[in-house]
Design a binder for this molecule. Structure first.
Ligand code: CDP
Ligand code: CDP
Length: 194
């Protein structure tokens, strides 16, 4: 049976970095599910239609990592029909041998509720804003208010809100290095795999 690692958490908490490193370490497939929402929003037009017709080329579009694309993604991500249009792709991705790592907001709660490993990655608002500002060459104060707005929208929506699954383990990356965060995640996964 393929092994599934579900990773969720707020913007710029470090979940993508950890997901990528785990996939490399175990030779698993990796899906950044945020990219599906960013690409859906970037297509423009009717978001439900955009989600239903999302194609691999849409994920290669320029500008998907921008702050603006993140804000648009979180606005279309509240629409239940957009989310349901993207479920099957994610679930099929998750069951590839020998395993898969998916990171997003609802992987442990909705997409892969039976995943044997669920991580919820957090960091303080200030640290996350600093990191995203450094990445995008933007102003940290501006990033802080944008991240807060996006997190609030993600947490408060009715369908698949951002929250840790009951059986998720929390990793707080505020005061640890990337290497330490990856090592912590690997030790959790190794323990679960037995
Ligand atoms: O995927 P997510 O938006 O949660 O965050 P990320 O893209 O993995 O990380 C955001 C930024 O924080 C990247 O530039 C990482 O290199 C950095 N980071 C860090 O400085 N320390 C960590 N423990 C994790 C990530
Ligand atoms: O990298 P960062 O954490 O900043 O954002 P992302 O993971 O690329 O996600 C962008 C937006 O897509 C989020 O703010 C959510 O609104 C939405 N999203 C979602 O609703 N469900 C997911 N599984 C992944 C992303």
């Amino acid at each position: 049976m393929p092994f599934i690692i579900a990773i969720d958490g707020p913007a710029a908490s470090g979940k993508g970095t950890i997901a990528h490193a785990l996939a490399e370490h175990y030779g698993f497939h990796h899906l950044d599910t945020g990219l599906l929402y960013r690409a859906t929003g970037a297509k423009g037009g009717d978001p439900v239609e955009a989600a239903r017709t999302l194609a691999p080329a849409d994920l290669e579009r320029d500008g998907l990592r921008s702050s603006e694309a993140g804000q648009i993604a979180s606005r279309i991500a509240i629409i239940p029909e957009v989310r349901s249009a993207l479920v099957e792709f994610q679930r099929r991705f998750a069951v590839q041998e020998p395993g898969a790592v998916l990171d997003g907001r609802d992987i442990g709660t909705v997409i892969c509720p039976d995943a044997p490993v669920k991580l919820y990655v957090i960091a303080s608002n200030e640290v996350r804003a600093q990191r995203r500002a450094a990445e995008l060459g933007a102003d940290p104060a501006q990033m802080l208010s944008e991240l807060r707005e996006r997190d609030r929208r993600d947490r408060e929506r009715d369908t698949a809100p951002m929250r840790p699954a009951d059986d998720a383990l929390i990793i707080d990356t505020s005061n640890i290095s990337i290497d330490e965060a990856i090592a912590a995640a690997i030790s959790i996964v190794d323990h679960r795999r037995g």
